[in-house]
Design a protein around this ligand. Structure first.
Ligand SMILES: [Zn+2]
Ligand SMILES: [Zn+2]
Length: 331
């Protein structure tokens, strides 16, 4: 059967839907086109499923539901049998035993001993089953909640919130001015400049930088707070995701930078979008709307950052923050 669906994303030119994303945490539209793969699902390609094989997944899911029903029926029938036995056991027991005959004592004592066995063996076993049921109940609620969580995440991932960022005036050899909105390095060597606040989790935020002067090199992006800010050569695990004006992109997990066609210069305005839902960072040059994006590891807190490299005292590296840039106008 052929399904004729077109991509919902307005900038994907009504492309044909090729398949569905089955990634557990993905908050993009599940039905993807060719462009969706590269921009939205690129960090979980193994979870993409063609329309043809999706039917099989549905079949598998219905088998799972069948086996859940069978298991629940089984548990129910066990409990029913135990309840039945319990009713039989309690049929003889009575407290007024002074007037009983010899023979009447026999079954009562047998029963008493049987109940002792229940106390010693059956109740602890049932207790263990109840204990096992508690995490099972919690798991079940969590699974039920998953669908709400995903729906919330899908809504969140459509909203880009501007993040109001600022430089703190406490950094060695960095001159911060204009009420924390501009930073300059006019001494030789590279240095990271960390901005505040922290990038929030499970959100899409953006901030915009304006390049005041490039110096030797100017880079921008996000980094960990405990990064070695004066490191001169970025090695694998350096803890940042930054785009250099020359188009070199550094990712924490890679030993070297990647040469891209994304370049910028003095006067360029660069919007940085950090998406901690889809775990990616996008640099957007607002002058020519070129874009570049890489996957980010969000297990550790990230902060907006610059890496400034001064050429000489006359050619410093300097960057300003533009607040309230209209993102939607830009996109
Ligand atoms: Zn698409
Ligand atoms: Zn996906």
């Amino acid at each position: 059967m052929e399904i004729q669906l077109l991509c919902l994303y307005s900038n994907h030119n009504n492309s044909q839907i090729l398949g569905l994303c089955l990634n557990e945490d993905c908050c993009s539209q599940r039905a993807y086109c060719k462009e969706c793969i590269e921009t939205l699902h690129f960090n979980h390609l193994n979870d993409l499923c063609s329309l043809d094989s999706f039917g099989k997944k549905i079949q598998e899911a219905s088998l799972t539901l069948d086996s859940l029903s069978k298991r629940l029926e089984q548990v129910k029938s066990y409990i029913e049998s135990i309840t039945k036995c319990q009713k039989q056991l309690f049929s003889f027991l009575q407290s007024d035993f002074y007037n009983l005959s010899h023979q009447r004592f026999n079954p009562i004592i047998d029963q008493l001993i049987a109940i002792k066995k229940i106390d010693k063996e059956l109740i602890p076993m049932l207790g263990n089953i109840c204990k096992d049921f508690q995490p099972m109940m919690a798991k079940f609620l969590e699974i039920q909640d998953y669908q709400n969580k995903q729906e919330f995440c899908r809504v969140q991932s459509q909203i880009v919130e501007p993040l109001n960022i600022v430089f703190h005036n406490t950094m060695d050899s960095i001159y911060v001015f204009d009420q924390g909105k501009k930073a300059m390095k006019s001494t030789l060597g590279y240095q990271f400049v960390i901005c505040h606040p922290v990038i929030p989790k499970q959100k899409r935020v953006c901030f915009t930088f304006e390049i005041l002067s490039v110096g030797l090199r100017t880079a921008l992006g996000v980094c960990h707070k405990d990064i070695n800010i004066k490191i001169q050569q970025l090695k694998e695990g350096h803890g940042s995701y930054i785009m250099v004006n020359s188009g070199n992109c550094f990712e924490s997990s890679k030993p070297q930078g990647t040469k891209t066609t994304f370049e910028f210069e003095k006067g360029s305005k660069i919007l940085v979008e950090v998406n901690t839902i889809q775990k990616k960072i996008i640099w957007k040059n607002l002058d020519n709307l070129s874009e570049y994006s890489v996957a980010i590891d969000t297990s550790k807190d990230l902060y907006p950052c610059l890496r400034l490299g001064c050429k000489s005292q006359q050619e410093s590296s300097s960057v300003g923050i533009i607040d309230n840039y209209n993102y939607f106008q830009a996109s």
